[in-house]
Ligand binder design. Structure first.
Ligand code: SGN
Ligand code: CA
Length: 561
């Protein structure tokens, strides 16, 4: 890629917010006037259609949002959305992996119909997406941050997106005017771009759709100095299932390569470095993709904190038991993962404050979610992909002043599949008939009687691939979950979600659950028909995948042709 560093916003200084802090009198007066006029204009448009801000982070587990669970960290700003609006305790994804989740969100269609079944293929831009429809209906549209589609988004007046997974430090951005490197930390920069567009980029006479999409807390979890200094001092409670031996489940759980002890890399993930690693027999890939983007000063600050932690570890490593090593890796994982979320939370606060200050909050729907959940040591794992709770569920918080009653908890089963129709209904735009979700508006307005969903469908495809999670599809009701693993395995699992919330006991072969297993199988087949999925499509995608010649490279990433 040909990178040029271009000046996108000549008057906008990312670091010191010159645009918000006019120093000289005349300039200040002009800016104040512009601001006052635009506030006035906003008040006019606010009466018309609501603005929509869709905040999504990447791999943010609900276990790491204090509105859900405060045992790991505090996220006061994200929690504000729940306090002022609604928290969903049973929100899930249809396919727990990044770009497929994004494709489902934009199209309102399951992966098997929008075609983006895995992270490896490009998104088919002939799909109709809800931002295109909102744009046609007069919305200003913008996207900042991580998309991960392999191509640029359609239906956006403005976008600045990260190439592929993006980087934490001094990241590149793809823009309409070319590619550029922006100095700083990705979470702060994504917010700066967002605030700058809100302040200076949009047409203030129109309602807007803003997609504000964080890279964090995606692997390899490189926090900002302020937060790694704080979080590397912390110790976190161990999850109940950290030492799960997968004994009652099919071989899919055991053969997955996302175990903290066996598959989390001491180097890349836990940030160990130096020649001493060779002498200790640690031959894992070295952390370079992230650290080599740091400035000299950033790198020195990093080494000053991580150096002593690593020295201490390397002294103890030779005598550590597997259990001790698991716990050490878990703690280091949590320190870095959660520290990247602290930056997200701080920046969500900046955005919410901006909306309040500019009197935009009242007519703006703010959604906070993640592209999927994540394992924070549960079942001994990191990563996602499985239909088990921690990666199947995703955080979902929505505020919409004067519409959603503040502090509401909603336990209905909703999915990322529902966003497109929800946003279209909020904007008063008719959704295309082939969208497959359900608008959440009745739930947001407290009209639960209008909600009749009793089961949801899930389908994961990316296998064989990194983390080795087998292909599977399944159905969940509030009480049970049935999963079918296929491809090079044919295994069924059934969980009693009420009696076994940790999903440790597969009761598929338990005679006491025979009728329930049959009932769930019938329902699963009905959902496959309803959503137009089938064995023919499963085989079609397997053949397509084989043609892609997916291979693992030496540096652990995947290449497809
Ligand atoms: C990268 C990560 C994986 C992760 C995938 C998908 N490996 O390949 O751990 O599962 O992304 O994540 S890394 O070595 O490159 O960090 S997703 O959120 O984009 O689906
Ligand atoms: Ca993700």
């Amino acid at each position: 890629m040909n990178i040029t560093s271009i000046n996108l916003f000549p008057s906008f200084k990312i670091k010191n917010y010159s645009v918000f802090a006019p120093k000289n009198g005349i300039l200040g007066a002009v800016i104040l006037c512009i601001t006052a006029c635009s506030v006035h204009k906003n008040q006019v448009t606010e009466k018309q259609k609501p603005n929509i801000i869709f905040i999504m982070s990447d791999d943010h587990a609900y276990q790491a949002i204090s509105a859900y669970d405060n045992k790991l960290m505090q996220t006061p700003n994200i929690d504000r959305i729940a306090h002022e609006g609604m928290i969903f305790t049973n929100a899930s994804v249809t396919n727990s992996i990044c770009s497929p989740s994004r494709a489902v969100i934009l199209t309102g269609k399951h992966s098997h119909l929008n075609g983006k079944i895995d992270n490896l293929s490009k998104f088919d831009t002939s799909n109709v997406t809800f931002p295109q429809l909102l744009q046609k209906a007069g919305y200003q549209t913008a996207m900042f941050g991580k998309l991960h589609f392999g191509n640029n988004p359609k239906g956006f007046d403005e976008f600045m997106i990260l190439p592929d997974q993006g980087d934490y430090y001094n990241p590149e951005f793809i823009t309409k005017k070319g590619d550029t490197i922006i100095t700083g930390y990705v979470t702060d920069i994504t917010t700066d771009l967002t605030l700058n567009w809100l302040e200076k980029g949009r047409d203030k006479t129109k309602p807007f759709l803003l997609m504000y999409l964080h890279k964090a807390p995606h692997r390899p979890w490189l926090p900002k100095e302020k937060y790694y200094k704080e979080f590397t001092k912390k110790t976190f409670p161990l999850p109940e299932t950290l030492f799960d031996d997968y004994s009652t489940r099919s071989s899919a759980a055991k053969s997955a390569e996302m175990n903290i002890l066996k598959d989390m890399l001491l180097t890349y993930d836990n940030k160990l470095e130096g020649s001493i690693l060779d002498s200790l027999g640690i031959n894992e890939r070295r952390l370079n993709t992230g650290l080599n983007r740091m400035t000299k000063a950033e790198r020195q600050a990093w080494d000053a904190v991580y150096g002593p932690i690593n020295e201490e570890f390397l002294k103890n490593y030779p005598k550590m038991s597997p259990k001790e090593l698991t716990v050490w890796k878990y703690q280091r994982y949590m320190q870095d993962y959660l520290a990247t979320i602290a930056s997200v939370d701080e920046n969500v606060g900046r955005l919410l404050d901006y909306l309040d200050d500019k009197k935009l909050s009242e007519n703006t729907v703010v959604v906070y979610t993640s592209d999927q959940g994540f394992y924070l040591g549960e079942h001994g794992w990191f990563d996602k992909r499985f239909m088990y709770n921690e990666s199947f569920r995703t955080p979902l918080l929505i505020k919409w002043p004067n519409k959603i009653a503040p502090g509401t908890t909603e336990d209905e089963m909703v999915q990322n599949l529902d966003f497109a129709q929800t946003f279209l209904e909020i904007a008063g735009v008719k959704a295309p008939n082939d969208m497959q979700g359900k608008s959440l508006v009745p739930l947001l307005l407290g009209k639960k009687e209008k909600w009749d969903r009793d089961a949801i469908y899930y389908h994961y495809y990316e296998y064989p691939a990194e983390h080795a999670v087998k292909r599977h599809y399944g159905i969940a009701t509030k009480k049970y979950k049935l999963i079918h693993f296929y491809y090079d395995i044919d295994a069924w699992e059934l969980y009693d979600r009420e009696k076994d919330p940790n999903e440790l006991h597969n009761v598929y072969d338990d005679p006491a659950y025979k009728d329930i297993a049959e009932m769930m199988k019938t329902k699963l087949q009905e959902l496959r028909v309803k959503y137009k999925d089938s064995e023919i499509l499963d085989n079609y995608y397997i053949q397509l995948y084989k043609k892609k010649k997916v291979t693992k490279t030496a540096d652990h990433s995947l290449i497809s042709e």
